[in-house]
Design a protein around this ligand. Structure first.
Ligand SMILES: Cc1cc2nc3c(=O)[nH]c(=O)nc-3n(C[C@H](O)[C@H](O)[C@H](O)COP(=O)(O)OP(=O)(O)OC[C@H]3O[C@@H](n4cnc5c(N)ncnc54)[C@H](O)[C@@H]3O)c2cc1C
Length: 417
């Protein structure tokens, strides 16, 4: 079967890999000159299974109000007359109840656990290297009250099959000695030893290379303008290079997926949630963290990627604006150097911004559509790197007529009614 995968981010490329492995004839389309050049380019690097929790939770609305107008706010709403943002926000609020958190966490964790296992197997199959680290993820808390909620969250995650160990401040320093300079700032932490980290961009590019070796065709520099349909079938993709046709189509365009789906009458509740990252060369290896880390209060993640330290965070609802203002990145750099003094070369720091394809419930949109030959693999929000392999594998199984190894219930478009 000829399958056309739209998008060569980590999701599209992982999908292409599993499709090719199952013997499908695959073409990947992307407007960029290479794979992984948009949101998959410089993300936080975490394979964060044990923190696969949605943003929408009972305390989220109050926290957002508290952060309004702060230049270093971890979450910023830029007020815009954008009906898509308002509709998304209403749905987000609807997911901020304890009941919804339980349902959404179970769905996200189900996919994340499967995905990490698929990544491990893929690594064994291919020998792919991407500055990966298997030293776990340490989630640190500065605020004692927030840390006080950690046992309940850890208990919920444990019940759902995940592993989170509670640590006091000394326990955190024992896991990550580079934290010793900031020992006094810590209230405690949770450590998930099974979690991983690695460079999503290197992974995407190298997996694309492996795909090419398996016969996958990549067409770069091709912009998709719209999907063509006849009744309930997609008949082709109209691009700036002409119309391309296949038997089956996978929509994996990240934050841009809803724009292409809308003319077909498919309302995908995916909205761009902008984030920033700072990457700097490690100056003193003893002062930079080796273990991937999340700073709960600042909402920052740290990952050591080879000789570099990546620090990522911030959520900004600003439409499709991909500018990289220094005023948003400098506070990230400053906070990183406060936590790990002398860790990196700030003069060489590189700033970046990307658009997370966020859904209001924090769960991606994977599976069939009312169009018989159009499959969705999008909306991975803050966890696209974590969930890429499992999502690609499940979609390839669905296309091949095999029963996916995980239950896809609750992950599809139908949950939005
Ligand atoms: C600051 C930040 C930190 C993050 N940290 C983490 C983390 O630690 N762990 C984690 O799991 N996730 C993280 N994420 C999320 C993760 O990066 C994303 O979920 C993931 O990259 C999404 O992948 P994707 O393939 O769906 O989208 P993309 O990588 O954006 O790929 C979509 C592709 O579609 C192409 N495209 C779009 N429109 C068109 C068109 N019209 N025609 C042709 N091509 C088109 C683009 O060129 C692009 O290559 C982070 C994100 C950000 C922004």
């Amino acid at each position: 079967m000829r399958v056309l995968v739209m998008g060569a981010g980590v999701i599209g490329v992982a999908t292409a890999y599993y499709l090719a492995r199952a013997g499908q004839q695959v073409t990947v389309l992307d407007r960029r000159p290479g794979a992984g050049l948009e949101t998959s380019f410089a993300n936080g690097g975490q394979i964060s299974v044990n923190h696969a929790t949605p943003w929408a939770e009972p305390s989220a609305p109050l926290r957002m109000l508290k952060w309004l107008g702060r230049a270093d706010a971890p979450l910023l709403f830029r007020l815009r007359a954008d009906p898509a943002l308002w509709a998304w926000s209403l749905r987000f609020l609807g997911n901020c109840t304890a009941g919804r958190v339980r349902v959404n966490t179970e769905r996200a964790l189900r996919l994340a656990l499967y995905s990490r296992q698929s990544l491990i197997e893929l690594r064994q199959e291919t020998g792919i290297e991407y500055d990966q680290s298997r030293r776990g993820i340490l989630h640190i808390y500065r605020d004692a009250r927030e840390f006080g909620k950690a046992p309940r969250q850890a208990e919920l995650m444990t019940r759902l099959g995940s592993v989170r160990r509670l640590l006091d401040a000394d326990g955190c320093v024992a896991v990550e000695p580079a934290l010793s300079a900031s020992r006094d700032k810590l209230a405690g932490g949770t450590y998930s030893p099974d979690d991983e980290s690695g460079d999503a961009y290197k992974f995407t590019v190298r997996l694309a290379g492996i795909c090419k070796g398996q016969g996958v065709e990549f067409r770069h520099g091709v912009t998709i303008r719209r999907l063509l349909a006849d009744g309930r079938r997609v008949t082709g993709v109209d691009t700036d290079g002409g119309v391309l046709a296949a038997d089956l189509y996978v929509l994996a365009l990240g934050s841009y997926s809803p724009l292409l789906a809308k003319p077909l009458g498919l309302a995908l509740p995916v909205y761009p949630a902008k984030g920033y990252s700072v990457t700097m060369p490690v100056k003193d290896p003893g002062k930079a963290p080796e273990v991937s880390l999340t700073d709960d209060e600042r909402k920052l993640v740290f990952s050591r990627l080879g000789q570099n330290l990546r620090v990522a965070g911030t959520v900004e609802f600003a439409g499709y604006d991909t500018s990289v203002p220094e005023a948003r990145c400098r506070p990230i750099l400053k906070m990183a150097l406060e936590l790990f003094p002398g860790c990196g070369d700030a003069g060489e720091a590189e700033f970046w911004a990307g658009l997370r394809p966020a859904t209001p419930d924090g769960v991606p949109v994977i599976g069939k559509t009312p169009y018989a030959n159009l499959i969705l693999n999008t909306g991975h929000g803050t966890l696209g790197w974590t969930m890429a392999c499992g999502s690609g594998r499940a979609v390839a199984d669905l296309i091949g007529g095999r029963q996916p190894e995980i239950d896809l219930r609750g992950l599809g478009l139908e949950r939005f009614g």
